[in-house]
Design a protein around this ligand. Structure first.
Ligand SMILES: CCCCCCCCCCCCCCCCCCC/C=C/C(=O)SCCNC(=O)CCNC(=O)[C@H](O)C(C)(C)COP(=O)(O)OP(=O)(O)OC[C@H]1O[C@@H](n2cnc3c(N)ncnc32)[C@H](O)[C@@H]1OP(=O)(O)O
Ligand SMILES: Cc1cc2nc3c(=O)[nH]c(=O)nc-3n(C[C@H](O)[C@H](O)[C@H](O)COP(=O)(O)OP(=O)(O)OC[C@H]3O[C@@H](n4cnc5c(N)ncnc54)[C@H](O)[C@@H]3O)c2cc1C
Length: 670
């Protein structure tokens, strides 16, 4: 749609006059510097001027088939743009640059069928191929001569990778692997792009050679003819059907009937099958084939932050424009943003978007540093990265989904309109809580690491920095509540330590009463999930505080003030959410809680004048927001009416169903 130009709504104009800080300063902080901001804006200009974002009818009014075809069209032209103009004009060659990710949303209100190509296919080639394999597939994949996906999940198994049923059996006579789908439940299910778009696929299958099963490994498989796009003989492939979201992409199913691929199509960076069928196991770590999942989990923390920033921008701008009810008899209707309960719903969204974005950046740097250790042959830092990326992916996607839904509630009935974009943002983020490792499963992975860390600390060994609070707790350090940043973080660490201690105790007590370790663990899993969540909270709180302090060192005082107000709001909010835990594991008193409640309510008032400016500082263009409620000019009612008038349902005054059914019904002739 072409966005009509309106004058700024006067309420929003006034809000912007109240701003106490330089918005550009905050924008630069989140972009990573002035230069990065200007580079991002340049990329956005190129894409927006390309005309690619235009749809003749609103996407939500298209059929599923039309939506898919429209998204393919845009993906192809966008890919061309990335290879040509974007590279030439901005000098950017890296597809994963956050700027490309952001502007992609101007093209796709839902998602691109090419997402998995860039999000998982290319990263798997980079992380799992030998240098010879890399030279064959990477240039083709980057140049989009081949388009791929990642087919791991099956109809019967997603979480439990070791339970996957697809087999890849090595035939030494022909030096080929035979891929086979032995049962109904062994069919690959869900892979993005698989339904209709891709011609290649990374397939995860149980490797058999010389009659022995060596567990799951990765294989590069061509599934469609490059010219006709017909499925190759021995391949059964299709689309799995309509979903809650992801409607403009094609999630697929895939079955193999003794389908042969060359030996060299096993991705052999870590494990190999030699020509005679001899298996060479990975030298360093058994789970290196899971690396792409770790990469995506890291990027999903960024997705949580970005999508939450979109939702809260929409809801705050709308709340500044919307007037409803009265605070005192006969007074004019206030902006709904003036209600403390509305501020309570929304300001935590702004603070959380900051917290998650800074945590995402920190996690990305940790990921890069672990990769560089691994390149040198050191896999010692991988378990901590796995534990961190697992819990942060789980908690950030889950919190973001809840807060996005809260933004929708904050917009009342209009938030329910697809044109608000809130339902799209929600359904996208809701899926991220499940895919790439379900919430519970990933927290249990972190819990495993925490219990081990506890045992190591008990044995007097040094533990990694993110769990050093465990050693302090074991040494008997008592928590004394202080309502400072550091004090609150320490108390949250005391909560995590207390919960881990109880888990360890429960497991041991259950074992003493005769259970084996597996059963004792299983019966403790409710507590273990809780402990891992508590650990994750302490990591986010600490990272957020540290990063704000570091990044605002040379900022103006006004930016320091407002960024720190958000940090304090975040700390107070979580303190009040977790009073039960804090009363149990820290020395917080009822008086302290009263103080925190008052502080929280005062902060809402302090932040109120800057609320619109703070969401403006996410610097999200209208074309990215796609929202009738959240546009920069605040012309909510004009846009809602515009959308209604453009609704294809209104193209004819009388729908044909009247003549076919209603009239005969009215006349008793049906
Ligand atoms: C042209 C237009 C384009 C526009 C687009 C714009 C471009 C932008 C591009 C970038 C975008 C980025 C966004 C990306 C979005 C991508 C969309 C993704 C869609 C979804 C994809 C998927 O879902 S793929 C499938 C994912 N599946 C899972 O995650 C399954 C979850 N299950 C597991 O991970 C495992 O089964 C398990 C961990 C639960 C258990 O595994 P297993 O049984 O094998 O292990 P154990 O439990 O026995 O543990 C043994 C031991 O190993 C450790 N461990 C486990 N996992 C790991 C790991 N990953 N790394 C390291 N170590 C691991 C575990 O902790 C144990 O350790 P111990 O020391 O023994 O305790
Ligand atoms: C939109 C979308 C896109 C996707 N894209 C892809 C893709 O491109 N490629 C791909 O391979 N896959 C993809 N997936 C699949 C996704 O990775 C899986 O759905 C996800 O990993 C969860 O696995 P599952 O569906 O088997 O859930 P299940 O494991 O069946 O989970 C169901 C419930 O059981 C619980 N549960 C399971 N095991 C345990 C346990 N051990 N302990 C306690 N509770 C347990 C879970 O917590 C959950 O509540 C996609 C999924 C979605 C929704």
């Amino acid at each position: 749609m072409v966005l009509k130009k309106y004058n700024i709504n006067p309420d929003l104009a006034l809000e912007r006059q109240k701003c106490t800080f330089d918005i550009e300063e905050i924008i630069n902080i989140f972009d990573g510097g002035k230069e990065k901001t200007s580079q991002r804006r340049k990329i956005e200009d190129v894409v927006l001027k390309s005309g690619l974002c235009h749809d003749d009818v609103p996407e939500e009014c298209m059929s599923l088939k039309e939506r898919y075809e429209n998204a393919v069209r845009k993906s192809c032209f966008f890919s061309k743009l990335m290879k040509t103009e974007l590279q030439e004009i901005t000098g950017i060659e890296d597809f994963e640059t956050p700027a490309i990710r952001r502007i992609a949303d101007a093209l796709f209100k839902d998602i691109s069928p090419f997402l998995l190509h860039l999000g998982m296919f290319v990263p798997t080639i980079i992380g799992q191929c030998t240098s010879e394999q890399l030279m064959i597939w990477l240039p083709k994949a980057l140049d989009l001569q081949i388009i791929g996906g990642y087919a791991q999940t099956e109809l019967g198994h997603g979480t439990f990778i070791r339970g996957l049923e697809t087999t890849a059996t090595y035939d030494a006579d022909t030096e080929e692997f035979v891929l086979h789908t032995p049962t109904l439940t062994a069919h690959k299910w869900w892979a993005g792009g698989l339904g209709k778009t891709i011609n290649h696929c990374i397939v995860v299958a149980q490797l058999y050679t010389k009659g022995v099963c060596y567990g799951t490994h990765l294989f590069m498989v061509q599934i469609r003819d490059l010219d006709t796009h017909m499925p190759l003989p021995g391949i059964k492939v299709g689309e799995i059907g309509p979903r809650m979201g992801f409607s403009s992409a094609d999630n697929g199913f895939l079955g193999f009937n003794n389908f042969r691929i060359p030996r060299n199509n096993m991705l052999m960076k870590h494990a190999q099958v030699q020509k005679d069928g001899t298996y060479v196991k990975p030298a360093r770590h058994g789970k290196l084939t899971y690396q792409t999942m770790v990469f995506v989990r890291v990027t999903l923390v960024n997705e949580a932050a970005f999508n939450l920033s979109k939702a809260v921008t929409i809801a705050v701008r709308y709340s500044a424009v919307r007037r409803q009810s009265e605070m005192r008899p006969n007074e004019p209707e206030p902006q709904i943003l003036d209600y403390p309960t509305q501020q309570h719903k929304l300001f935590i969204g702004i603070a959380t978007a900051h917290a998650f974005q800074l945590t995402a950046n920190w996690l990305w740097n940790t990921f890069k540093s672990v990769l560089s250790d691994m390149k040198k042959g050191d896999v010692g830092t991988l378990p901590e990265l796995h534990a961190l990326s697992s819990c942060l992916k789980a908690v950030c996607t889950s919190d973001a989904a809840l807060l996005i839904e809260q933004c929708r509630y904050a917009c009342g009935g209009h938030g329910y309109m697809l044109s608000s974009n809130l339902p799209y943002i929600y359904s996208f983020v809701a899926a991220t809580r499940t895919y790439e490792g379900d919430y519970t499963i990933l927290l249990l992975q972190t819990a495993r690491f925490l219990v081990k860390a506890w045992e190591q600390a008990e044995a007097g060994k040094t533990v990694t920095p993110t769990v050093s609070y465990i050693s302090r707790s074991l040494k008997g350090e008592k928590n004394s509540w202080r309502s400072t940043d550091e004090g609150i973080i320490k108390s949250f660490q005391a909560v995590a330590a207390g919960k881990i201690a109880l888990c360890v105790k429960s497991i041991r007590d259950r074992m003493k009463s005769g259970l084996d370790y597996e059963d004792a663990w299983l019966l403790t899993t409710v507590q273990l999930v809780d402990a891992a969540e508590a650990h994750c909270r302490s990591v986010i709180l600490e990272t957020y505080c540290n990063e704000v302090r570091r990044l605002t060192k040379s900022s103006s005082d006004n930016v320091k003030i407002v960024m720190h107000q958000l940090v304090t709001l975040y700390l107070s909010y979580w303190t009040l959410q977790r009073t039960g835990d804090l009363l149990r594991y820290s020395s917080i008193s009822e008086k302290d809680i009263d103080f925190m409640q008052r502080q929280y309510e005062e902060l809402l008032q302090h932040i109120r004048p800057n609320a619109v400016a703070l969401v403006d500082a996410f610097d999200l263009r209208d074309e990215i927001l796609h929202s009738s409620l959240g546009a920069y000019d605040g012309r909510v009612y004009e846009r809602l009416m515009e959308q209604a008038e453009n609704n294809p349902m209104n193209a004819e005054p009388v729908n044909q169903s009247f003549h076919k059914y209603i009239k005969p019904l009215l006349q008793g002739k049906l």
